[in-house]
Design a protein around this ligand. Structure first.
Ligand SMILES: *Cc1c(COP(=O)(O)O)cnc(C)c1O
Length: 343
């Protein structure tokens, strides 16, 4: 499958390739024009996801960025303010889309490992004052990418949801890796469905589909989201070939995420004993992030791994990230550990 058969690519869980079984599901998909609402495979995936989360409706989108940006657009008016963590994907990695697409400002929160608390959220809400932007939407990320794959507890989220309800704010979840959190904490999608006005999940990360994301919400919300998706150029035609991969991923690749989490723990243990590592973030899911200790530089460590055919990501000036996924075997993890010991 790999172009470079011996390449160990842990830069991201987006590098996963579809399995033979997934490609068979894609090849056999029944398709139609999804802009006409006539693609049976897309409709099936959307219905399946909505049922799973016990939410009214779902929309298949081209990417996680697209589903987040559609949600923000539907929930807000220009001039509104969004409350989120300063490391969140919607703020850091979506090209300024909050301003570009929705004309909104942001109130950025601190908090350990990308996690915000109910009291942080409450304090960030603007008073009803004509000088202030109208606080409208709270966006959480679970698991947190820059926070090292950290998860919220459902109680933390329920407390934030209460604050939102009291202050008539809407609540969106960037759940690009939500299934990693669900598997790690033994929680159900339905428990999340009850707490959020909208949820975005990625099929193309460690669930292993080549393309796609799902946006979930009420029937009214998804009707508006479908219109915005079209405006954003995301109305796809015979998208059922992609939706079939997404459905296969949801049905076959969720429980196995525990394997990736175990692999992440093994790598974290090896890193803890190593002289080029400091400030390893707590590892709870499939992401491992650490700071490179002096006199080593992150660039130099990335190169050292590369010499052993291991591709890791430099995240910031001195942080390196590993992300585990379904194309990384235990043998590859052992090679990574041997390499860590040799640097
Ligand atoms: C990957 C990711 C997204 C969406 O990314 P796309 O590449 O657009 O699918 C959104 N949020 C988080 C936290 C992510 O890690």
């Amino acid at each position: 499958m790999f172009i470079f058969a011996d390449m160990i690519d842990v830069r991201s869980d987006t590098v996963t390739l579809p399995s033979a079984e997934m490609m068979t599901a894609m090849f056999n998909a029944k398709v139609g024009d999804d802009v006409f609402g006539e693609d049976p495979s897309v409709n099936k995936l959307e219905q399946y996801a909505a049922n799973l989360f016990e939410m009214e409706a779902a929309l298949f989108c081209a990417s996680g960025t697209m589903s987040n940006q559609i949600a923000i657009k539907v929930h807000t008016q220009p001039g509104d303010e969004i409350i989120c963590h300063h490391l969140s994907h919607i703020y850091q990695y979506e090209g300024g889309g909050i301003a570009f697409n929705s004309g909104c400002s942001v109130k950025l929160l601190n908090g350990n490992y990308g996690i915000v608390s109910a009291s942080d959220v409450e304090e960030a809400i603007n008073p009803s004052d004509i000088h202030k932007a109208q606080s409208r939407l709270v966006c959480l990320e679970n698991t947190t990418n820059r926070g090292g794959g950290a998860c919220y507890t459902i109680e933390q989220i329920a407390a934030i949801q209460q604050v939102c309800e009291q202050h008539q704010l809407l609540l969106h979840l960037d759940g690009a890796r939500l299934f990693n959190a669900l598997v790690a904490n033994g929680e159900t999608p339905a428990a999340y469905g009850k707490l959020f006005n909208s949820i975005s999940i990625c099929l193309s990360k460690s669930l292993g589909a080549p393309v796609g994301s799902i946006l979930l919400g009420s029937t009214t919300f998804i009707a508006k989201a479908r219109r915005i998706r079209k405006i954003f150029g995301g109305g796809m035609r015979q998208a059922g070939y992609l939706a079939a991969a997404g459905l296969y991923a949801l049905q076959h690749n969720v429980e196995r995420l525990t394997t990736d989490h175990h692999h992440a723990q093994l790598i974290a243990s090896a890193l803890l004993n190593s002289k080029f590592v400091q400030k390893l973030l707590p590892v709870t899911t499939n992401i491992v992030i650490f700071e490179v200790a002096e006199p080593f530089s992150a660039k130099e460590i990335v190169e050292a791994f590369k010499k052993n055919n291991i591709y890791v990501m430099q995240m910031t000036k001195n942080q390196i990230r590993f992300v585990l996924h379904l194309n990384i075997s235990i043998q590859m993890v052992e090679t990574i550990i041997q390499t860590i010991k040799s640097i």
